[in-house]
Write a new protein. Sequence first.
Length: 69
Amino acid sequence: MELRVQLKICEGCGCLWYRPETQQTVYCQQCKTRLREFPMPHTRKRRGRPSREILPQIWAVAEAAGGLL
C-alpha cells in the first residue's frame, strides 16, 4: 500500500505537518479542532450599518433636436 503525502505549513500556528495528497485542508489537527468553535464565514452576521440596496441604473437615450448630440 502506498500513501502519498505533502509536507505542509499550518496556516493557523505555523507548524509543519504531513497532509495526504487527497485532502485540501490548510490547518493541522490541533488548529482544526480549535477553529471548529468559530462560526463559518457564510453563517456569521456582519457588523455595522446594513449595506445600501443598489438600485438598477436605467440609461435613457434622449433624441436631440436635429439628431445632433
